[in-house]
Design a protein around this ligand. Structure first.
Ligand SMILES: [Zn+2]
Ligand SMILES: [Zn+2]
Length: 341
């Protein structure tokens, strides 16, 4: 947990979190490590302005329901579950219209309230996603980033389209697997890391491009593409990747943006306008349509299950959390999962 303001984390004995009305306590079995957690550990400007220690971080998890609060009937003790980490207000315009992912008062588990790098985590029953008993616990722990990938990849009709994904972090890799699953034609992934590109390749990308050495345009030639990409999925937050993507989109192309840039940057708006490109920002997961899509696709496709699980490259027992953070920081990794069982 984040005991005090400043860099670093500590593993501490704290009282079991109490369960209020409408809430559920989950015994954490697995937790995924995410870029957000690295920012919180390092205590950058964003972390300092967002988090009020002491607080337990961690928002990607899977576990067993061990207690339900008063008024909870949708979840039972003993069920296995993942959790949606965005807690919404239920009363703003978007919430009341059923567009909960657009809530203006969202609270983040493991960011604004105690999270999942702990033996127990408490979340509202509405945020519990009950999983089948036979689901691989590791897979259950990464439903949050898997949901980012599904939300982004399913933003636009994908069947038969040529897709470019910029960024082969865990979400970009999972997005490649999803594009394949839902019937894209060519799926091209770019990154600067050959290690990460090899993960994308084995997850189903047709072609991977190291943007440091190869132009995206050359990749198009290799695939015999004469026009341009129909769909772009931006997963890197890198201004140069965005420029490359926009330069190779077909007229009328559609771009979903998930990667968060560090700073504002210029965009070739002339191209966006004259090529009539649609750009859509993506945040989190649709509540809870994305969750239904995730579970349904995994249920019917052993290949997709295998490819999504393949993004997990490192597993550590929770006591070795420092090694887990070091692995995640190294960049020579896909998803890092910690075992809390
Ligand atoms: Zn995350
Ligand atoms: Zn709301």
């Amino acid at each position: 947990m984040k005991a005090t303001a400043g860099p670093g984390l500590e593993l501490l004995d704290v009282p079991e979190p109490s369960v209020g009305p409408g809430e559920v306590r989950i015994r954490v079995l697995r937790a995924g490590l995410c870029g957000t957690d690295l920012h919180l550990e390092q205590w950058d400007d964003w972390a300092a302005s967002t988090v009020r220690p002491p607080m337990t971080i961690g928002h990607e998890f899977y576990g067993e329901v061990v207690e339900v609060g008063p008024g909870v009937s949708s979840v039972q003790v003993g069920q296995r579950a993942s959790g949606e980490g965005h807690i919404v207000c239920g009363m703003c315009r978007n919430c009341r219209a059923g567009r909960r992912q657009l809530c203006i008062n969202t609270i983040g588990v493991g960011v604004n309230r105690d999270g999942a790098f702990a033996d127990h985590v408490v979340i509202p029953a509405a945020n519990v996603w009950v999983q089948p008993d036979d689901l691989d616990p590791d897979l259950g722990a990464i439903f949050d980033p898997f949901g980012n990938a599904v939300h982004t990849a399913l933003s636009f009709p994908m069947a038969g389209e040529d897709v470019v994904i910029t960024g082969a972090g865990p979400i970009g890799v999972m997005a490649a697997a999803i594009c394949r699953h839902v019937g894209a034609r060519h799926v091209v992934v770019t990154d600067l890391s050959d290690y990460r590109l090899s993960l994308a390749k084995s997850a189903g990308a047709d072609l991977v491009v190291n943007a440091g050495t190869t132009r995206l345009r050359e990749a198009m030639d290799e695939l015999g593409m004469r026009e341009g990409f129909d769909i772009g999925l931006e997963m890197s937050g890198s201004p140069s990747a965005v420029a490359d993507m926009l330069a190779t989109m077909n007229h009328g192309g559609r771009v979903a943006m998930l990667g968060l840039p560090k700073d504002p940057y210029p965009v070739d708006w002339g191209k966006v306008i004259t090529h009539m490109i649609t750009i859509k920002g993506i945040y989190g997961r649709e509540m809870y349509d994305t969750w239904y899509a995730m579970s349904s696709m995994l249920q019917t496709s052993p290949l997709l299950r295998e490819r999504i699980a393949s993004v997990i490259t490192h597993r550590f027992p929770a006591e070795q959390w420092q090694e887990a953070f070091a692995a995640a920081r190294s960049g020579q990794c896909g998803k890092v999962v910690m075992d809390w069982s």
